[in-house]
Every structure is written in C-alpha cells, then in structure tokens.
Design a protein around this ligand. Structure first.
Ligand SMILES: Nc1ncnc2c1ncn2[C@@H]1O[C@H](COP(=O)(O)OP(=O)(O)OP(=O)(O)O)[C@@H](O)[C@H]1O
Ligand SMILES: [Mg+2]
Length: 225
C-alpha cells in the first residue's frame, strides 16, 4: 500500500530530517513508528499526508507517487486517509457532533447520510451520548476519541496518528490505543508514532525505529527497545 524509496527530507535550514528511508507498509498492517525526539517521526507522517514533500526519493501510496501530487489532487488523497494529532485540533466553538461532521459536510452528502456516519463514528469511540457537548466539556482522552471519530467518519483506508497519546495518562492512552487496534481489526491500515514504550511493548505490533532520520530497526511483533 505504501512504499518509501530512498526518501530524503531536508528542511530549509539544511537539516536532514530523513535520510535514505526505504519502507514498505502493507494494506491492513498496524505499525508503530518510534525513536527519540527529532528522529523524524512527524516528518515521515507529514510526507504521507503531503504536508511536506520529499527532497528526493519517492513516496508511493496505492501505486501513485504522492511526491508529485499537484495541489488540487491533495484533497482527494486526504479524504482517503484519516489523520489524528497529539493536540486533537478540535474546533472549540463547535459541538462534538459538528466537529465530526465538519469535513463530510463539504462532500455533498444528504443530512441523513451525514447523521448516519457521524453517529456510527461516535459509537465506535464510545461518545454517542456526548454528541451535543463542546470540546472544553470533555476530558483529554474523550477529546482524542473525538479526534479518532473525525478521522474515521469518511471511511478511510489509512489512519495516521502522530503521538495520539502524547498528552494523555496511561489509562486514557490504553483506551485510545485499543480503539485504534479495533479500527485496524476492521481492515484499516494504522500507523502510529509514539514515545510510549509501555504501549508498544503491550501491543506487540510491527515497530519501525528511526534514529537521526534513518530506519535503524524494523521488526514484527516488536518491543520499544
Ligand atoms: N519545518 C521544519 N523546519 C526545519 N527543521 C525541521 C522542521 N520540522 C522538523 N524539523 C527538524 O527535523 C528533525 C525531525 O523532526 P520531526 O518533527 O520529524 O521529529 P520527531 O521524531 O517527530 O520528534 P518528536 O518526537 O519531538 O515529535 C528535527 O531535528 C527537527 O528539528
Ligand atoms: Mg513529532
């Protein structure tokens, strides 16, 4: 599904965030991306959702080199994937329902279909009964569950989560990771960057370790170290 071939990313300040990264991620996989702060985890994910473009090399998703995607092709790629952020990025003046409905409202669906999809996504994350609350009325763990509902509401094939539990305590982190695992079991490919060694050791998924912009370890059913 995803191929990185000789991918290098150099930022404007001449800093190499990724150096000659080669990776294959198959459809249906659950992958942890780990590594010290500054190792290049977020950069790798930004290349996937085309927030950044590689300096050299190719990033291919479903046979398409997304490094060459024109700006007007980006929205259709993004609709095909869901993105989850450490800081949730919820709209504070919108209800939970509206946060989740926001993106699909632009797609020309009937309100009945929107309602069915938003309700379905909120049920998956266990927040159906809080749809009329505002983000400030929810705990951090609940806010991140809204972030997940928003990411899956459009039925993506790929879910990308950059440190989704970075602001959460161990109990909430576990709940979030379990929801991501359940979503993966529905066949959606999931890529999660994390510093949370306990979580990585618990779930025993594929673990890709970055160090200074290079893949130094890539093992199945792995641990953090
Ligand atoms: N926009 C940017 N401009 C210049 N340098 C950047 C930019 N974004 C990231 N970097 C640098 O690239 C390197 C990799 O950054 P990246 O954010 O990918 O690391 P990370 O593994 O996600 O770190 P963290 O665990 O702290 O989130 C770092 O040295 C960082 O300072
Ligand atoms: Mg990061």
């Amino acid at each position: 599904m995803i191929q990185f071939r000789a991918v290098t990313k150099k930022y404007k300040n001449d800093h190499y965030a990724l150096k000659n990264v080669n990776l294959d991620i198959m459809s249906g996989e659950f992958v942890f991306i780990v590594g010290a702060s500054g190792a290049g985890k977020s950069t790798l994910m930004k290349l996937l959702y085309t927030e950044e473009r590689p300096t050299s090399g190719t990033v291919t998703i479903c046979g398409k080199n997304i490094a060459k995607l024109s700006n007007d092709q980006v929205p259709s790629l993004r609709r095909w994937m869901g993105i989850i952020f450490q800081d949730y990025k919820l709209l504070q003046t919108h209800t939970i329902y509206d946060n989740v409905a926001y993106v699909i409202r632009t797609l020309g669906m009937s309100s009945k279909e929107i309602n069915a999809r938003v309700s379905g996504a909120l049920k998956i994350v266990g927040l159906y009964d809080k749809m009329n609350a505002f983000p400030s009325e929810l705990s951090g763990g609940e806010q991140q569950r809204v972030g997940i509902a928003r990411a899956i509401v459009n039925g993506p094939q790929l879910l990308i989560a950059d440190e989704p539990t970075g602001n959460l305590d161990p109990k909430n982190s576990m709940e979030i990771m379990q929801i991501l695992d359940q979503i993966n079991q529905r066949g959606i490919t999931v890529i999660v960057s994390t510093h949370d060694n306990a979580m990585v050791d618990y779930f025993r998924k594929r673990v890709i370790t970055l160090d200074n912009g290079t893949v130094v370890r890539d093992i199945q059913a792995g641990t953090y170290e």
